[in-house]
Write a protein that binds this ligand. Sequence first.
Ligand code: SF4
Ligand code: SF4
Length: 306
Amino acid sequence: MNPQEPTGIIFDIKHYAIHDGPGIRTTVFLKGCPLACRWCHNPEGIAPEPQLLFRAEACLPDCRRCVAACPNQAITADGRSIRVDTTRCRACGRCAEACPTEALRLVGRRMSVTDVLREIEKDRVFYDESGGGATFSGGEPLAQPAFLTALLDECRRRGIHSVVDTSGYAPSAVVRKIADRTDLFLYDLKALDPDIHRQTTGQDNRLILENLRLLAREGARVMLRVPYIPGVNDDEESLRHLSALLKELRTIREIALLPFHRGADHKYRQLQQDGEPWSGDIPDPQDLVRAKAVLESEGVTVRIGG
Ligand code: SF4
Ligand code: SF4
């Protein structure tokens, strides 16, 4: 690895992704996020540093190799299962290497720009045929600005279409810099009510809205993505606010409603942390169709799903 080259922490790379921008894409997930949305589908992407996932169902009774492998006494065995003390764990990965069943997995590893581009290049034939490219998601990719900038510059140099999937919660100078380098933003807007936003994500939405207006003014290509979450942003008032915002943002004409689903519940268990999966309901498909119609009346293209 070139010591001058920017590096960053990646927690996953998904090949042949079809919901993260146009065409067939390679999605690179950067670890670390300043928000902590209570319904987050990638909770393993929130902490900036590498961490362990544990699948209890794959753990062998009486094995305990991980307990012996850990140099920090971070793992204790308890009957058929084990418990990781996250305050002692230093994410060295020795336990995962020792585990015969992959019940333990370290998520998050440092990669260079060259490492990541090597993965992206594997799918180039699909980009050429489908109009796809690379998507940088997370976590929050803007939370690793130097690394993301270098990745986008390298994509542009190689003629690879790029998408940045962001919450927009970043300094405006960073957003501007990235806007000069990416072909499309997928901009996730969680809630327009500031109190609801703070309660459910841990942060205020003022900066997010400022940055969205900045991108609209500068004519950046943006697809708005709104997670549709019963009890958070599915009421009449939320839809009215969103319609008014779309009317104001004249250059942003594409929006996707992403219905909440329970596909990530198992990850909360595997992280062995205090956080619980979001306990709210899955949206009624009829409600989504109704919300789509309301937003379409603002002259925008609305899609249900990513
Ligand atoms: S990752 Fe390293 S420090 Fe953490 S539990 Fe495993 S062996 Fe111990
Ligand atoms: S090494 Fe793997 S299978 Fe063995 S006790 Fe630890 S987690 Fe379970």
